[in-house]
Design a protein around this ligand. Structure first.
Ligand code: XMP
Length: 504
């Protein structure tokens, strides 16, 4: 394995991810980790970080680290740490570089083997002004004569730019050179080893304590619960609060998979009526969310209380949810609430978050490894408050049913067209607009359903999806014919921004 030494900022996870993508297992440790703990790794990567290495109390490493014989790659701030600690000089640059920068590389460097002169991503105020003894410069840009330096004899490499970001044209090649050629990693690690290793370490850390998990049917909580289940079996109990606002058939699917197929202790709470009665007459979107969030916690707590003493709470937090990152992350764990919000202060000794280092697609890969059905693993994102935020106006049992049916037809048609994995998120909305239709000989006056489909990388921005007309046509036709009370279907062609993905 390789270790990423985290000097702060937001870089550690991305670097770790790039390393794992190159099939090398990777862990993250804080910068102050004792060098003796690092001697067993095949390579060490220093991350970037905010600030200046010459500032008072700047995060640095101990010089012994460089004598372990383990190859080190310093990135940006990490490169400056290497220079500073080994006796070189770091100072402010006359012309700080930010963004895409043309770079010339030394042909002799193993790190840049096969890398032509090309564009890299720079972001720095400081630079290495004098290399430590034994180092030679290995890359330069117009304003930065020492954009990289190396001491191949000691296997120490430093780059001022960021090979881990996509804007660095040959960044992956540089990481591969470091991992395979300098560190000698085989590059044969698979996500399956993550599952195996995680299950083993969960077994050790959990011991015979009891664990509770709130299962939403979403991929994150499902995969987290499955890992814990593999580790501790019946000492895990999952509570699945079915608020009655799930998509058609989804509650049963969760129960079927977890209880029947995997024999997990699963308590399904059918709280549909309770939620509906709390929501009666409510039309304001934020009030809907609030009511559902609060009610969710109440139901969850009431069920948890029946279980007696439970020491640990398992959550499906994944990396993008981790608000707090950076050094010291191992100690400080901040929980993000996936489903309406789970209680933080109900007396758990600790929180188990086995996925907090992973990105969504990595979580899916682990899910597949664990044998979770594709339907759940590839489930598209679904808001905690469920269909409530897709029903404009008052939520009634009938309207929930209407939307579930329309949505199911839309999903079926998307699947029939083979577009399921092509589209980031797609669903039907009950718009609350009534419109006139003709059915048979009579006039009808029914609901308008909007279909929505978007593509997005991060859900912060999204493009409306250019759905083939045939798919829209078939979905529309079926919805007005098969779903009572719906007289019209429209397609939403707004991107985000200015619109949001959901209608409420
Ligand atoms: P918007 O509508 O803000 O949605 O563009 C962005 C993404 O977040 C999901 N979403 C929610 N998820 N609780 C959630 O857990 C919520 O209240 C909520 N509102 C929106 C939405 O489905 C989309 O993927």
């Amino acid at each position: 394995a390789v270790v990423v030494l985290d000097f702060g900022g937001q870089y550690a996870q991305l670097i770790a991810r790039r390393v794992r993508d190159r099939k090398v297992y990777c862990e993250i440790k804080p910068y102050w980790t004792d060098p003796r703990e690092l001697s067993g790794y095949m390579g060490i990567i220093f991350t970037g970080g905010p600030g200046s290495v010459y500032a008072e109390d700047a995060p640095l490493c101990r010089p012994e680290l460089f004598s372990l014989g383990v190859p080190v790659l310093g990135i940006c701030y990490g490169a400056q740490v290497m220079a500073q600690v080994l006796g070189g000089r770091v100072g402010p640059m006359e012309a700080p570089e930010f963004g895409k920068t043309q770079m010339a590389f030394s042909e002799k460097s193993t790190l840049f083997d096969g890398v032509p002169d090309s564009v890299v991503w720079m972001s720095h105020n400081d630079g290495i002004t004098e290399a430590p003894q034994g180092f030679a410069p290995s890359a330069r840009s117009a304003h930065c004569p020492m954009a990289a330096m190396e001491d191949p004899g000691r296997k120490l490499y430093a780059v001022q730019f960021h090979p881990e970001v996509a804007h660095t044209e040959h960044g992956n090649r540089m990481l591969e050179n470091f991992l395979y050629k300098v560190c000698g990693c085989a590059g044969d690690w698979e996500m399956g080893s993550f599952a195996k290793d995680t299950i083993e370490s969960l077994r050790e850390t959990i011991g015979d304590k009891k664990v509770l998990c709130g299962l939403s049917g979403g991929v994150d909580s499902s995969v987290a619960a499955m890992l814990v289940h593999r580790a501790v079996g019946k000492n895990l109990t999952c509570i699945f609060v079915d608020h009655g606002l799930l998509r058609k058939g989804e509650g049963d699917l969760v129960e079927q998979v977890f209880k029947k197929e995997f024999d997990i202790n699963l308590l399904r709470v059918n709280a549909g009526e309770r939620f509906l009665s709390k929501l009666r007459g409510v039309t304001d979107p934020e009030r809907k969310r609030k009511i559902i969030g609060e009610e969710f916690i109440r139901v969850f707590e009431a069920e948890a209380a029946k279980l007696g003493k439970v020491e640990l709470l398992c959550q499906g937090t994944i990396y993008p949810d981790v608000v707090e990152s950076g050094s010291g992350q191992a100690a400080v764990i901040k929980s993000h609430h996936n489903v309406g919000g789970l209680p933080e202060d109900v007396g758990f000794e600790g929180i188990v978050e086995p996925l907090r280092d992973l990105f969504k697609d990595e979580v899916r890969r682990v899910g597949m490894e664990l044998g979770i059905p594709e339907k759940l693993v590839w489930r598209q994102p679904f808001p905690g408050p469920g269909l409530a935020v897709r029903i404009i106006g008052e939520i009634t049992e009938d309207r929930v049913k209407t939307l579930q049916e329309a949505d199911a037809i839309f999903r079926e048609e998307v699947a029939n067209a083979g577009l399921e994995r092509e589209i980031g998120q797609y669903f039907a909305v009950l718009t609350g607009t009534r419109s006139v239709g003709v059915m048979g000989d009579g006039r009808s006056y029914g609901e308008t359903v909007a279909l929505r489909a978007v593509n997005t990388t991060d859900f912060m921005t999204a493009d409306w999806y250019q759905m083939p007309y045939e798919v829209l046509g078939r979905a529309s036709n079926r919805i007005v014919n098969e779903v009572p009370g719906v007289t019209r279907v429209v397609y939403d062609v707004t991107s985000k921004p200015p619109a949001t993905i959901e209608w409420e």
